[in-house]
Design a protein around this ligand. Structure first.
Ligand code: XCC
Length: 650
């Protein structure tokens, strides 16, 4: 019999900087329960797969090329490393874009239910936003009834998915020069369904075998996500559930309460969560919880579902992706309800170990061993009331010992692009002029979007936090979404007094406006808010004519999902320099790699960058911002300080 390999001894402080997560990792070790950190330590990532140097698109293979000598071999069909890597990359974009656009489609379905009168549980909450979104795609609003506008908006936005030719509706929001460039290269997306279908066809064995042509389809598909499915998800969610405005809310595991029935919602679409909010606030349900001996019902969010309701309603957030298992290990979660995306299968096992009731609720995402109660927009409460009931039952008989790390980090969340407009310009002169002015005068050096997941292959939260600190220290205003913003909230950077960590210029702006140097914008589909903010900055004037002229950069330093690849590609295709950490699925020195990292910028688009170390990432982004400032002629008196090893050592 083969001898069992001894497990590695892990120092949890090497794995995360989140004290709550570290405490719970120790608890899980004591309880003999595995988690993604321990599994990652036991499973070396496949080096060929990490370089995207293998192909399994047909059954003459799978073929493996040598990433150390990438042109020494081709696949059985003759596919080169460039074709293989481009096809793999394209399928990642297709998968990521599908996730976001299908999420958007789910929101569109609910919106259709409202306009046809078939859904009563949701309604149009933000009429002002309804009108402004309609106007942005040339729908007449003057003197018209809201429902009439909503019906026309629904029909128009359906094209985001189904349009077989022409340009998607939100292409109208793209700055003219950027749109012109997309038209020149045939990048303007048709409906997402068409683009995703085409990418899957092209990457089938024996179809598109020209990496540049494949990347073109990657861009068009990714744009159908960013300016399409994701943007529809954000805009319609705002219309139905309210556009976020800054509010104070708590983040971290201390948001769980020992003496209350704790219900955690994890996943992505806000529909389940909105219904759960109703159930948790229902007096009859609260009475049941009190009768069971609890002080009430405590609802917390996780991952992007949590980020959306954190931004919209100030619902507390228990942790990001790499804390999902450790949150359950507190023993305090009476029920966890999930919908779609980023739900580790292992959560079912962890929930079983700690007696947490674990529910799948979406027909598209069932997990072996989970209790499935299907959520339906028409009768949402039927699902969420049952979850509440079963959570109360579990509270009455909590089997596991409860250990809740006490930390709660309060911060300001919910900066929509509409609010940024208002915050900087005031009610009567709301505009991006003050932001552009402060960039031009150099107080703000540029804007960085720091977004995306956490990943056990790098130290949890560490890369996000150090990177953002370095950016603000260098006067770069940071906007955030997704799990990244939760990392920074836990580090205390979403408070106005975090401005002391910013460079002098940014600090001055933050103090004048009373805003933190790091703005939390919502979930990952809400990256579309960053696209709109970029478009507004261009349209406001003074910072060039195209998104690619702006002194901005993006980054997902701890990403793990294919959705991040789609997001990265739509930012790049929109004109933004986008740096990824952890690993990058291409072989350096190949034509495909050069195409992503250099050629796209020469075409007038953005480009990809890669680094693992947070300071390296920060200075790649800052150098790019300075390059754009130089081209705009706004470097001013500022001394251009390049990355210095001396400073870093200090
Ligand atoms: Fe998922 Fe969206 Fe990534 Fe977090 S950031 S791990 S994709 S929950 Ni969106």
């Amino acid at each position: 019999m083969a001898e069992e390999k001894p497990k590695k001894v892990l120092n949890y402080r090497d794995l995360s900087i989140c004290e709550s997560t570290i405490t719970m990792l120790q608890k899980m070790a004591d309880d003999g329960v595995e988690n993604a950190f321990t599994r990652a330590a036991d499973m070396k990532a496949c080096p060929i797969g990490a370089d995207s140097a293998c192909c399994k698109h047909c059954f003459m293979g799978p073929c493996r090329l040598n990433s150390k000598d990438p042109y020494s071999k081709v696949g059985v069909c003759g596919a080169t490393i460039d074709t293989i890597a481009a096809r793999n990359f394209a399928r990642m974009v297709a998968s990521g874009a599908s996730a976001h656009t299908d999420h958007g489609m789910g929101i569109l379905d609910a919106f259709r239910g409202i306009v046809t009168g078939k859904i009563q549980d949701f309604k149009i909450k933000d009429e002002e936003k309804l009108r402004s979104v309609a106007e942005s795609i040339d729908i007449e609003t003057a003197g018209r009834d809201s429902m009439e506008i909503a019906k026309e908006l629904y029909t128009a936005l359906e094209g985001t998915y189904t349009q077989v030719e022409g340009e998607i509706p939100f292409a109208k929001r793209v700055p003219a020069k950027t749109l012109e460039l997309w038209r020149k290269y045939d990048l303007v997306p048709r409906g997402a369904m068409r683009e995703i279908m085409e990418i899957m066809h092209r990457t089938h064995m024996g179809v598109d075998q020209d990496y540049e042509n494949i990347v073109r389809q990657c861009s068009r598909t990714a744009l159908s996500d960013g300016w399409g499915g994701s943007m529809v998800a954000t805009e319609l969610s705002d219309i139905m559930f309210g556009t976020p405005k800054p509010l104070v809310a708590g983040v971290n595991m201390g948001t769980l309460k020992e003496d209350m029935v704790n219900i955690c919602v994890h996943g992505h679409e806000p529909l389940l969560f909105e219904s759960m909010i109703d159930s948790a606030n229902d007096l009859a349900n609260i009475d049941k919880a009190i009768a069971a001996g609890a002080k009430g019902i405590n609802l917390v969010g996780m991952c992007c579902s949590g980020a959306e309701v954190l931004a919209r309603h100030g619902i507390p957030h228990a942790g990001n992706f790499m804390s999902t298992e450790t949150v359950v290990a507190t023993g305090a979660v009476d029920a966890m309800a999930v919908d779609v995306q980023c739900i580790m299968q292992a959560l079912g096992t962890v929930a079983k170990c700690y007696g947490t009731r674990f529910f799948t609720t979406n027909r598209r995402a069932r997990i072996d061993g989970a209790i499935h109660i299907e959520y339906d927009d028409h009768h949402g409460r039927q699902c969420t009331d049952q979850v509440v009931d079963m959570a109360i039952e579990r509270f009455k008989n909590r089997p596991a010992k409860v250990t809740i790390p006490s930390r709660v980090d309060m911060g300001i969340h919910g900066f929509s692009h509409e609010y940024v407009n208002y915050m900087l310009g005031g009610t009567f002169r709301g505009s991006y002029v003050p932001l552009n002015d402060n960039i031009i005068n150099g107080r703000i050096r540029g804007v960085a979007g720091v977004v995306g997941c956490t990943n056990p292959r790098v130290k949890h939260d560490y890369v996000h936090v150090e990177l953002v600190k370095e950016l603000i220290k260098n006067n770069v205003l940071v906007v955030q979404t997704g799990c990244s913003q939760i990392s920074l909230a836990k580090a205390g950077l979403m408070k106005p007094d975090a401005a002391v960590l910013a460079g002098e210029g940014l600090q001055e702006v933050c103090e004048t406006v009373g805003m933190p140097p790091v703005l939390s914008l919502g979930s990952c589909v809400d990256n579309s808010r960053i696209l709109i903010a970029c478009a507004e900055m261009v349209k406001m004037g003074g910072l060039g004519n195209s998104i690619s002229d702006l002194p901005v950069a993006g980054c997902a330093p701890e990403y793990m999902s294919e959705k991040a690849i789609s997001i990265g590609q739509y930012f790049v295709a929109s004109g933004v320099y986008t740096v990824f950490g952890v690993t990058f699925p291409s072989v350096q020195g190949t034509k495909f790699h050069k195409h992503l990292f250099e050629d796209l910028e020469e075409m007038g688009l953005g480009k990809w960058g890669f680094a693992i170390d947070p300071y390296d990432i920060a200075h790649l982004m800052i150098s790019h911002i300075d390059k754009k400032r130089m081209a705009l002629g706004i470097m001013g008196e500022r001394e251009r300080k390049l990355f210095s090893m001396e400073d870093r050592r200090a």
